[in-house]
Design a protein around this ligand. Structure first.
Ligand SMILES: [Zn+2]
Length: 122
């Protein structure tokens, strides 16, 4: 295996410039930089995922993904948010943490998950 080979690739959107980056999670501790703006990819906190990113970022990830579906108006979601941040910070080397804002406009969330309450973590 060459040193440039990507072992655990995930596709993540840069939180600074929205550029999609292919990041090797096995090198997450080395703080990889965004290919668009050169700022560090913030892997030790939840990554916001949209409907457009879901397939590539969540379903296409080569590492386990914890997805937090939340709603801004949800009181229990706000109560567990600090815990979700702690999990993301503690497990970022082995886990990708995605945070998804629930929306009625998101067919996946409505038809597949059929949410009965929030937050939903899967
Ligand atoms: Zn960037």
């Amino acid at each position: 295996m060459s040193s440039a080979e990507v072992v655990h690739p995930v596709t993540l959107r840069c939180s600074f410039c929205d550029t999609k980056n292919r990041v090797d999670m096995s090198r997450a501790a080395h703080r990889p930089a965004c290919g668009g703006c050169s700022k560090p990819m913030l892997l030790d906190r939840p990554v916001t995922v949209t409907q457009d990113d879901f397939d590539a970022t969540v379903l296409g990830a080569s590492v386990p993904v914890l997805v937090d579906f939340y709603a801004d108006w949800c009181g229990p979601c706000k109560m567990v948010a600090p815990l979700m941040d702690e999990i993301a910070q503690a497990a970022f080397r082995v886990l990708q943490f995605s945070k998804n804002s629930y929306s009625n406009d998101w067919p996946f969330a409505d038809t597949i998950l059929q949410p009965w309450g929030f937050p939903i973590n899967m």
